[in-house]
Design a protein around this ligand. Sequence first.
Ligand SMILES: [Cu+2]
Length: 182
Amino acid sequence: MAFLLAVALSMWAGDAIAEDYSVGTIEIAAPWTRATPKGANIAAAYMTLRNKGTAPDRLISGSVAVAGRFEVHRMVIEQGVAKMRPVEGGLEIKPGETVELKPGSFHVMLMGLKQPLQKGEKVKGTLEFEKAGKVDIEYAVEAPGHRARRALRAMAAAAINPIAASGRPTYQRSRSRARMRK
Ligand SMILES: [Cu+2]
């Protein structure tokens, strides 16, 4: 039983190198970002948020030592083109629910990078939730292309069939103009 639980937890956490954190009723699994080329001043970061409580909470803000600004974004497909938009009022995590920040979907945008992010290093930061409060976390820095292909496929599917965006991707041929490299 304990073994099965461990397997389930590691699957939920996704990429194993990253660590998990918690604050109040919120669990934060496997925060990660990607190595950036020299001169890049933005990076996207991802994680899985789970609310084990009985009341909704929201990711309202955060910070990263190496970046000037932290925003929560989502990807939207407008006329076949992938665009990002800030999530107004914070990202809601309903009681008992899990919200995945992942390529092609919700993500944290780190803006005004003061230095390139190097593969294998950890990036220190904080997250702030409306009810659970503040927590210190570290993002694992993955290779530049980490999980990028899967995201493009999901976005291409969403461009053809918006209903598929949240479900299983459809593998129809796509002429999507989604050019996001994330
Ligand atoms: Cu963004």
